[in-house]
Ligand binder design. Structure first.
Ligand code: KIV
Ligand code: NA
Length: 265
């Protein structure tokens, strides 16, 4: 199996082959996700919620994202590695954005970066793309905008739809190589996907996107705190892991582990 590249992702859209993406934040999960055959791995700032236990993605730092991205890189995945840019690493100006996106490539080993925003971030996407750092845009429900949205709510309903459509056009025009559509009506996502020449990657955006992305902890049933409607559990690992831990605890307490088999003479 050969390494997936940006041109491969474009080709998939042209040929109508659906693009698959999952998150990973560390070495073991990057190996598992890559062995499962995804086309792209997203080192998401969702790490702040599912790994670090924050309520939102806002506290996530550049140093934390670099740590996660480096850990994923060490798994040497065939999948294209896209690193999320954390809140305040690209919103403060083009120079900051270029420097921080550059760090994610140069130090983190990512092959592309992801930036939340549409019309408002077009100049940043243009500048970062111009220094040959591929940018995945992210529009619709953008979690770093939680305070403006007043919660994680579906975006682009009714008269808001045209605004999202304009965001989609703006990020393509600015040079993004693809765009995540999060939490928008399926009909709107279908319209955007039909109009754009760059691939759309949906999450809570219906079946008609060019690809799909989900958070790995969500699909494995490892994130019990909240589970939005768009998540499907492909496994329930929480009871399996809890049972293994319980058995270990019981065996140690009963003096059944370790045995001679697990001991040195
Ligand atoms: O951080 C993340 O995991 C994401 C995806 C859910 C799109 O941005
Ligand atoms: Na994110």
């Amino acid at each position: 199996q050969k390494k997936t590249t940006i041109p491969d992702i474009f080709q998939m859209k042209r040929e109508g082959r659906r693009i698959t993406m999952l998150t990973a934040y560390d070495f073991p999960f990057a190996r598992l996700v890559d062995q499962g055959g995804v086309d792209m791995i997203l080192v998401g700032d969702s790490a702040g919620v599912v790994v670090a236990g924050h309520e939102t993605t806002l506290p996530v730092t550049m140093d934390e994202m670099l740590y996660h991205t480096k850990s994923v890189r060490r798994a040497d995945p065939k999948a294209l590695v896209v690193a999320d840019m954390p809140f305040m690493s690209y919103q403060t100006g083009i120079e900051d954005a270029c420097r921080n996106c550059g760090r994610m490539i140069k130090e983190g080993g990512a092959e592309a970066v992801k930036i939340e925003g549409g019309v408002n971030m077009a100049s940043v996407i243009r500048a970062v793309s111009a220094i040959d750092i591929p940018v995945m845009a992210h529009i619709g429900l953008t979690p770093q905008s939680i305070h403006r949205m007043g919660g994680y709510k579906v975006q682009g309903r009714k008269d808001q739809a045209e605004r999202i459509m304009e965001d989609a056009r703006a990020v393509q025009e600015a040079g993004a190589f693809s765009v995540v559509l999060e939490g928008i009506p399926a009909q709107l996502a279908a319209r955007i996907t039909a109009e754009l020449s760059i691939p759309t990657i949906g999450i809570g955006a219906g079946p008609d996107c060019d690809g799909q992305v989900l958070v790995i902890h969500d699909i494995l049933g490892l994130c019990e705190k909240y589970s939005p409607k768009f998540v499907k559990h492909y496994a329930e690992l929480t009871p399996i892991i809890t049972e293994a831990v319980k058995t270990y605890v019981d065996e140690v307490r009963a003096g059944e582990f370790p045995t001679a088999e697990h001991s040195f003479n």
